[in-house]
Design a protein. Structure first.
Length: 228
């Protein structure tokens, strides 16, 4: 019922969301991943739907049931996530990167299960593409929102990350608070400064984030109009 009464701040807009972790294969059964349940990203997708948007949700491996009405694309690796994002990004007015993308992939994953022995096993890791940065640097990008998971120095690292990635808005959380649970605490960083959102259920924070995004997005539209 609460969902139904959310203001339709994004009526008719197209919102693309990434969520969950990515999984980078080591062999047929093993891989490297990040701790991420997908709860925050799925909550953001749900809040965008409640706000009247059409939503595409690109999700890494997660056990969650996607919000009703979202178009879901399931992916495994960061490279698959990038491909799925690229296929949907021209459709999007707003891009929200909530996924905990693995920063590295395994260079030569084995097709067969690696057998253990007594030796040291060395894996070669190569950097993954940065999906959010790819989107921001498109010729006519959607309004882009990033997330940052930090384990310390949240304010300093998050604002640095926002500037480095050239994002109008970045939502930061501490991994110790964020991962796995149903509640979280966010700090939103934009050109004005830092806006802390106190501890609350992830869906409540997601609704607050969507309201903030709708406000900034509206302002950028108005500015674009003024500048012809
Ligand atoms: N991100 C991404 N593609 C990557 C890595 C990160 O799109 N290969 C996005 C995340 O979805 C998030 C933002 O970038 O929106 C920040 O992710 P984070 O891991 O906090 O930042 P990094 O730039 O990867 O820096 P680091 O992990 O070193 O802190
Ligand atoms: Ca990272």
């Amino acid at each position: 019922i609460e969902a139904f009464f959310q203001p339709k701040l994004l009526q008719g807009k197209h919102v693309l969301v990434t969520a969950g972790p990515t999984f980078e294969a080591i062999d047929a059964v093993r891989g490297i991943t990040n701790s991420s349940s997908g709860k925050m990203g799925y909550a953001v997708a749900r809040a965008a739907l409640e706000a009247g948007a059409a939503v595409k949700l690109i999700s890494g491996p997660s056990c969650l049931k996607p919000p009703l009405g979202a178009e879901v694309v399931n992916v495994v690796s960061a490279q698959q996530m990038l491909k799925a994002v690229n296929e949907a990004v021209n459709w999007a007015d707003i891009f929200i990167g909530v996924a905990a993308v693995a920063d590295y992939y395994v260079l030569n994953p084995s097709e067969q299960k690696i057998k253990k022995d007594a030796h040291i096993l060395t894996l070669e890791l190569a950097p993954n593409p940065d999906i959010v940065s790819n989107v921001v640097n498109l010729p006519d990008p959607p309004f882009c929102v990033g997330f940052a998971a930090e384990s310390e120095n949240l304010y300093e690292y998050a604002e640095m990350k926002r500037r480095r990635k050239n994002l109008p808005l970045l939502a930061a959380n501490l991994v110790q608070t964020a991962v796995g649970g149903d509640e979280n605490e966010l700090v939103l960083f934009d050109d004005v400064g830092a806006h802390p959102l106190p501890r609350a259920p992830k869906i409540t924070l997601a609704r607050q984030l969507i309201a903030h995004i709708a406000n900034l997005y509206q302002k950028t539209l108005t500015m674009k109009k003024q500048n012809g």
